[in-house]
Design a binder for this molecule. Structure first.
Ligand code: DAH
Length: 339
């Protein structure tokens, strides 16, 4: 009698547990079978009517079956737990290739131009580097061939910090960091924030952005520099723009140049935007000074390179016809919504 009951219980338990696919249903089954008022407790009560011999045999049988049930329940619980985690992973996946663009609002014009520059340089095989905004004097000046008493330091009104460091006044220190970290051939750009203690007006800000670029390899010449700079201007303005280099001085390049491009308003005829010259001054550039290469452990007898650095605000202003640099930080929605 007892054995049949136990057999029937086993059968119904196995049938029920195989159909369960939810945690609470499993718990219900556990209580119904193994709980205080469950089926096993009822079976135990029936045992008192058995004789000593039979009671021992049935007692053992009941124990075994109970252990089997407990094991089956634990196994099922684990399966359900795993299924739940898998379902979560399926439902809560995140796409790491999802673009960083905000879903609402608009993209800041400086971010648009910065992204366009990055895309252009990536397409030409350049790396994108980053550097600290709180910089050491050595990287911002000394290693760039700008010693302590050099007048070029005065032209960059530097924000000095209490800890002896400074807010970088240009992105050029990343040239040094990049060249120290890599071995030629080296090709990278570094867009980022820069700071100068300047009076703010329509064309000056104390916080602004620059993009630095650099190539070092065997046989690099001014023609490589000119080609690269032409790509920048033409890709930002979406049309072929004529450029020219004018000799200029920066301590970290020799020879040094300033890049002008043909005024897009008057097409070079002369207007108020280009101050009747037909050209717009844009960035500083040149062939990396041998001393700067040496400072980075690169032999100037074997390698040569070019570098350039220009303001992103200025480029953005010219691209979109923005007449006041202060718009970029003002947070005025009427301005921002146009992009
Ligand atoms: N760092 C310079 C500035 O802020 C710009 C510059 C000039 C960068 C010449 C260069 C360069 O890389 O070769 O005025």
């Amino acid at each position: 009698m007892m054995k049949e009951k136990i057999e029937a219980l086993k059968e119904s338990f196995n049938a029920k547990i195989s159909e369960i696919n939810k945690k609470d249903a499993l718990e219900q089954l556990r209580v119904a079978v193994l709980g205080k008022k469950g089926e096993f407790t009822a079976l135990m009560k029936d045992m008192k009517d058995l004789q000593a011999e039979a009671r021992k045999e049935i007692g053992q049988l009941i124990n075994n079956v109970k252990n089997d049930f407990e094991a089956a329940i634990a196994k099922k619980a684990k399966e359900l737990e795993e299924a739940e985690i898998n379902a979560k992973v399926e439902n809560e996946w995140s796409d790491i290739s999802w673009p960083e663009t905000p879903v609402q609002g608009s993209i800041h014009p400086l971010s648009i131009v910065r992204k366009e520059l990055e895309d252009l340089f990536i397409s030409m095989g350049f790396d994108i580097l980053d550097g600290p905004e709180m910089e050491e004097e050595y990287y911002n000046f000394n290693a760039l061939n700008i010693p302590e008493d050099h007048p070029a330091r005065d032209s960059q009104d530097t924000f000095w910090l209490k800890n002896g460091k400074l807010l970088r006044s240009q992105t050029s220190p990343v040239q040094i960091r990049g060249m120290l970290a890599k071995k030629p051939p080296i090709k990278f750009v570094c867009p980022g924030k820069t700071y100068r203690n300047e009076a703010v007006d329509a064309s000056h800000e104390h916080s602004f952005h620059q993009c630095e670029g650099l190539v070092v390899d065997k046989g690099i010449t001014v023609s490589h520099l000119i080609f690269t700079l032409k790509q920048i201007v033409s890709s930002i303005f979406g049309e072929d723009v004529e450029i020219r280099l004018r000799p200029s001085f920066f301590p970290f390049v020799e020879p040094g140049f300033e890049l002008d491009f043909k005024c897009r308003i008057c097409k070079g005829k002369g207007c108020s935007v280009c101050k009747q010259t037909g050209w717009i001054e844009y960035l500083g550039c040149g062939m990396i000074h041998p001393q700067v290469l040496k400072n980075c452990g690169i032999d100037p007898e074997i390698y040569s390179g070019f570098a350039f650095g220009g303001g992103i605000e200025r480029l953005t202003m010219m691209k979109y016809g923005i007449d006041d640099i202060r718009h970029f930080h003002a947070g005025d929605l009427r301005f921002l919504k146009q992009f």
